[in-house]
Design a protein around this ligand. Structure first.
Ligand code: SF4
Length: 324
């Protein structure tokens, strides 16, 4: 498989206070490595606050990393996106687009759909009529009528607004889409429609997705591979089937067990206790397994060092001393 994106030791720490000369850091993303193959859907899951949205924002450069590199693979050239100046990054801004979680706040209520969908083309030399034509096509591609171009966001339902957000991304002819919880703010009945639309668009335009979600059922349905995040770190990465049939990390096991499912094989996992114990603070976290305070299998070694993400079988990677 050909890679499209690679994260090399990417970290994003936020300074939260400076007291008597001492800084404290909230480690939203800490030393994350993974790659994404061209054409795949790479799922990223974890509880709220685990750093998955921050990671998506690092890829589209809404945040600059504290350390590490975001590498884009382009025709055998490796481009370090994090080191490009703003002008050089413009080309990649079009190739990597983001669909945001909340269709109610991600669209400017003062702008028409035409203005919203063509926002990314503002610096292009296209004529107004060309922009209108492209915007009409983009709306049709997401199942909306071109007449909607002159309406405002408040005139649409949540599902329609999310379609407008997708059209805004599509008009840039991206290669990689970061879908940040694109259906979590929608009614269940609308979620399936948007997921099906994203699946159809991926096929039609040979897109690659990083699909961020906390809903495991959605991620399982759409993803080829899945990475699990916990407090800013990747704790498990595997193809979707292995992750759900044979989860290795105690946190992944607990996450899967918490999903109500009808499948009897999965129900066996439900015997695992729900996650208990205090969650470790992401502010100046200890040099230990960050799940140790909640893990039923915690050992002495788990409090003495950070387990690295290592391959244990068939590209199945896990960061846990039980397997090292
Ligand atoms: Fe549990 Fe230790 Fe594995 Fe962490 S490293 S998940 S504490 S067994």
């Amino acid at each position: 498989m050909e890679k499209i994106l690679e994260l090399e030791g990417i970290s994003k720490w936020f300074t939260i206070k400076k007291h008597f000369g001492k800084r404290s850091y909230l480690k939203a993303v800490d030393d994350v490595h993974f790659f994404v193959d061209r054409g795949e859907t790479f799922g990223l899951v974890g509880e709220s606050g685990c750093g998955k949205t921050t990671l998506g924002r690092l890829v589209v450069r809404l945040y600059q990393p504290t350390s590490g590199r975001v590498i884009y693979h382009e025709n055998n050239n490796l481009v370090d996106l994090s080191s490009l100046d703003e002008k050089s990054f413009q080309k990649y801004r079009a190739k990597i687009q983001m669909i945001f979680q909340d269709p109610y706040s991600s669209l400017n209520p003062r702008l028409t759909v035409l203005q919203i969908v063509t926002e990314g083309l503002s610096s292009s030399s296209l004529s107004i009529s060309d922009k209108k034509r492209l915007a009409s096509q983009a709306l049709e591609n997401v199942g909306l009528r071109p007449e909607y171009l002159y309406r405002y966001p408040h005139e649409f339902s949540g599902g329609q607004r999310q379609r407008i957000g997708i059209a805004r991304a599509l008009i840039m002819q991206p290669e990689l889409l970061i879908c940040d919880e694109p259906v979590s703010a929608l009614d269940v009945s609308v979620q399936a429609q948007v997921i099906n639309l994203l699946t159809a668009l991926k096929e039609k335009y040979k897109l690659t997705y990083i699909f961020i979600a906390h809903d495991l059922a959605v991620v399982k349905y759409i993803s080829d591979r899945i990475a699990v995040m916990y407090l800013g770190k990747l704790v498990e990465l595997s193809n979707s089937k292995d992750l759900f049939n044979h989860p290795l990390h105690p946190y992944t096991q607990a996450l899967i067990a918490s999903v109500p499912v009808a499948d009897p094989k999965m129900r066996k996992l439900a015997k695992i206790q729900p996650i208990q114990g205090e969650i470790t603070s992401p502010i100046d976290p200890p040099q230990a397994c960050l799940f140790a305070s909640r893990c039923p299998y915690a050992m002495k070694i788990c409090h003495q060092g950070i387990p690295e993400l290592k391959t244990v079988e068939n590209s199945h990677q896990v960061a846990c001393f039980l397997y090292h």
